[in-house]
Ligand binder design. Structure first.
Ligand SMILES: [Zn+2]
Ligand SMILES: [Zn+2]
Length: 350
């Protein structure tokens, strides 16, 4: 499983597609055999497709695994049908075409697969005394898992995770996916600095492919490891952070503008309400004065003892009193309404 997985990540991907380091022919061919075990097409096809993916990342038609065409397409849909985006003309792998062993692998790819998966694998099974166990576990299960884990890079690594270095494409850094992909989960970094032999640049970032290449360099089996210098990486990170802060500030500004507009509206409503309260109060006062005058008039009439006239006037006065009382009730209702409106005004308004 490790041989297959690292054959793809350290071999097909970082060595052949990106030329991130130079390898001793022994290492290169060992990784090449490991990658052939994966049955993920020849190095020519894989690397040509991958270089196109980097060049036209996210382009709906030119990127062979474009994440913009949905999860299923970027995960494995791209290989189920002969899409125009996956027709390689191999112009972008002129350097690889000079390698005789790679040419042989491409030309006789079927044979290579038979030799690895149908000859070498049962041989290993025979050596350990369990041909079928090895064929099923190290064969089928490994194939299914390696395929999906590799395809995760094209699908999930372009959907979930952070973008600390660039947001000019959909690639993301995702620690969880790094766990399943031999360290290839730091895909945002990789798309920005594709020639770096590392994907997880911090020492603690889970990138077994990087550790393997580094260890091999200590054994002088690989050399010329390409690394982007720390200052350039920091610059990319800071630029991204600055960009994010700008966007945030803009959003806060827009929010404040909305709040201010709302506050101005509330202030106008509040002023109108205040005027109405004063008007209501004056009207009520006037009614009360009228009521008091009527009361006074009644008292005076009573005192004058115009009994007969009083009798007639009393009916009329009762009616007036009734009207007056209705008016008072009306005012108190109006007040009640205004106060209710006052209660609706948010207390936070200053
Ligand atoms: Zn990608
Ligand atoms: Zn790549």
């Amino acid at each position: 499983m490790a041989w297959t997985g690292l054959g793809i990540t350290a071999g097909y991907h970082r060595l052949l597609s990106h030329r991130a380091y130079k390898a001793h022919p022994f290492v290169k061919n060992f990784l090449l055999v490991g990658a052939t075990f994966a049955i993920q097409s020849s190095a020519f096809d894989w690397c040509s497709g991958h270089r196109t993916h980097h060049k036209f990342v996210d382009d709906e038609y030119k990127d062979p695994y474009s994440a913009r065409r949905g999860f299923l397409f970027s995960h494995l849909g791209w290989m189920l049908r002969n899409y125009p985006s996956s027709q390689f003309d191999y112009k972008n792998i002129a350097d690889l075409k000079k390698d005789k062993i790679l040419c042989h692998q491409h030309k006789y790819y079927g044979l290579w697969i038979v030799a690895t998966n149908l000859v070498m694998l049962p041989l290993i099974g025979w050596l350990v005394g369990d041909i079928w166990g090895v064929m099923v576990l190290a064969g089928l299960l490994r194939l299914v898992l390696t395929h999906h884990f590799t395809f995760f890079i094209n699908s999930l690594c372009h959907m979930f995770g952070s973008r600390p270095y660039t947001d000019s494409n959909t690639a993301r850094d995702n620690f969880l996916l790094a766990l399943f992909t031999w360290g290839e989960g730091y895909h945002n970094y990789h798309h920005y600095f594709e020639h770096d032999y590392r994907n997880g640049i911090k020492w603690w970032q889970y990138d077994p492919t990087k550790w393997l290449i580094f260890s091999l360099s200590k054994l002088h089996l690989v050399s010329k490891l390409k690394r982007v210098d720390d200052a350039t990486i920091k610059k990319a990170q800071l630029e991204m952070r600055f960009k994010r802060t700008q966007t945030k500030l803009k959003k806060i500004e827009e929010f404040l503008a909305i709040v201010n507009a709302k506050r101005d509206n509330l202030r106008t409503e509040f002023e109108e309400l205040k005027t109405r309260v004063t008007q209501e109060r004056l009207a009520f006062q006037q009614t009360m004065e009228e009521w008091q005058a009527l009361k006074k008039q009644q008292m005076e009439m009573k005192r004058a003892k115009f009994s007969e006239r009083l009798q007639n006037a009393d009916e009329k006065m009762k009616e007036q009193f009734q009207q007056m009382e209705n008016k008072i009730i009306y005012h108190s209702q109006q007040f009640e309404k205004t106060f209710k409106q006052l209660r609706l005004v948010p207390v936070a308004v200053k």
